[in-house]
Write a protein that binds this ligand. Structure first.
Ligand code: SF4
Length: 494
């Protein structure tokens, strides 16, 4: 059966020779490093839940290529039902882990590559789609974790990829050989890459006809020669090394453990290349990926907010403010914002449509609306959580103070709220709220799957303002009155 267990996932990572740096130092093995381990635990949950009978329906799917039962994280969306189940899966995983579980980037990158390779082959007579299906069959059979890698460093933002003084600011082909290509460059903000089996490298921006070397989509093993991961610094990362509750979410981490991944002249054989110079199809590839991924946020952030709302609600019980009508109303506001984005993501999925290759795309307007709301609602939900949890979020002593026999009785005494709750309960809740409303989490909600302006551009294009003007004209000035009824004030017919 093509479903890895959580243990098999971790074991398979251990077999890879991933070249990674954390805190500026080379890591012997990613699995054993305390800064990465919580993020590996989170991904392990995605594997574990697929084996639970009660979650099978949302966590697994039937491969349209082989008919085998596969993990939904390797599935190509075959219907609107698949799109809805994906959002349900994300909410479930968000509820179970309270953080980012990383595999969605690879899933959406797989789907985008599947759809675009089909369209490129139709237009250009290439055979990328057949090649990609072969690769996908292996991904499904081995239940691989893929990291989608899209965001280039970009260098001087006023210049196109081919105009940069340093051409490596965008991943590009530096050598072509009969058996493959050599790529160079880097991808930033790479979610889950450091604990993935494979990296699916895709262009991150539309390209002009003279930018063929940048139009490269390919799969690279995470431990391929020349691949280097440098782990990103988070606002609470040194707390992870302490392995206590100060880390906020000690078992699963805060956000996705992002890294920069560098490709130092990495050779990619032909069978792993899925786009190579077809610049005019790159824009579609980027759009497909972004549209699917923007809808996701109504699911994953919905699950994360469920945990945050739960932690905040419990904090009000610990503090003894839970019966206050104003407190209840603030919780209602948090729930309202959360359910609005979840409903939009379900709506985007229910209104999905078939692409030329037969797979299904979410409704772009609804998907972009989801992500736009996330850039606000995650901040606003966090603000209300801060409001209800109180100022001690920013001032409480570290966990070690609660353990030091010289002072523990004092810090406990003066942090005790309602006597029926252990003081450490309040501390743990506070640290979780702090982590899930801190700068790393908020910035991820702002810029993940594209910065707010990217969604606004799509929304304006999709809104068809001219048609809305015509609607307004027709309502105010039109002559299409309801049959048999006169216009108000019009002379009565004889
Ligand atoms: Fe998945 Fe959400 Fe993390 Fe993106 S931010 S990888 S959609 S959990």
């Amino acid at each position: 059966m093509a479903l890895k267990s959580a243990e098999q996932y971790v074991d398979s990572l251990r077999k890879l020779q991933i070249r990674a740096y954390v805190g500026g130092e080379r890591v012997e093995h990613v699995v054993d490093h305390p800064a990465i381990a919580p993020h590996i635990n989170t991904v392990a949950k995605t594997y574990e839940l697929a084996h639970k009978p009660e979650h099978r329906d949302v966590m697994t799917a039937k491969s349209h290529l082989t008919g085998e039962l596969i993990h939904r994280y390797t599935h190509i969306f075959q219907s609107t039902d698949d799109l809805i189940k994906k959002i349900q899966m994300l909410r479930l995983l968000g509820q179970v882990t309270g953080t980012c579980f990383q595999r969605c980037v690879g899933l959406d990158a797989l789907n985008a590559t599947y759809a675009v390779t089909y369209e490129v082959d139709q237009a250009e007579g290439t055979d990328y789609h057949t090649r990609f299906k072969k690769y996908l069959t292996r991904v499904q059979a081995e239940d691989l974790m893929l990291a989608g890698a899209m965001t280039d460093p970009k260098g001087d933002r006023s210049k196109r990829p081919s105009e940069q003084s340093d051409p490596d600011q965008f991943v590009h082909v530096v050598e072509r050989r009969p058996d493959g290509v050599v790529i160079r460059g880097a991808k930033l903000h790479n979610t889950g890459g450091i604990n993935s089996h494979e990296i699916l490298v895709l262009p991150g921006t539309g390209l002009g006809p003279d930018e063929k070397d940048y139009a490269i989509a390919c799969a690279v093993p995470a431990d391929a020669k020349g691949v280097v991961f440098i782990f990103g610094r988070q606002s609470n990362d040194s707390r992870k090394l302490e392995q206590g509750c100060d880390a906020g979410n000690p078992r699963f981490g805060v956000v996705g453990g992002e890294a920069m991944v560098i490709f130092e002249d990495v050779f990619v054989p032909n069978e792993r290349i899925f786009l190579n110079g077809e610049t005019k199809h790159v824009g579609q590839l980027v759009t497909y990926f972004a549209t699917w991924h923007r809808a996701n946020y109504g699911g994953c952030k919905g699950g994360n907010a469920d945990v945050l709302i739960g932690a905040t609600a419990k904090m009000t019980k610990v503090l003894g403010t839970d019966k206050n009508a104003v407190v209840k109303d603030k919780l209602i506001e948090m729930i309202h914002m959360n359910e609005t984005t979840y409903a939009s993501a379900i709506g985007a999925s229910a209104m999905g449509y078939a692409l030329p290759c037969g797979s299904f795309m979410v409704d772009p307007m609804a998907a972009n609306t989801v992500k736009q709301n996330i850039t606000r609602n995650v901040y606003q939900i966090g603000r209300l959580s801060h409001d209800l949890a109180g100022g001690f979020l920013a001032t409480m002593p570290d966990a070690k103070a609660f353990e030091n026999p010289e002072i523990s009785h004092l810090v406990k005494k003066y942090h005790q709220a309602k006597p029926e709750y252990d003081v450490m309960e309040r501390v743990k809740l506070g640290r979780y709220i702090e982590g899930m409303t801190s700068v790393t989490t908020l910035v991820e909600a702002m810029h993940g799957a594209g910065s707010p302006q990217a969604q606004r551009i799509v929304m304006l294009m999709g809104a068809k303002i001219d048609e809305k003007i015509k609607m307004a004209d027709a309502v105010l000035n039109g002559t299409d009155d309801v049959e048999g009824l006169p216009l108000p004030g019009a002379p009565k017919k004889a």
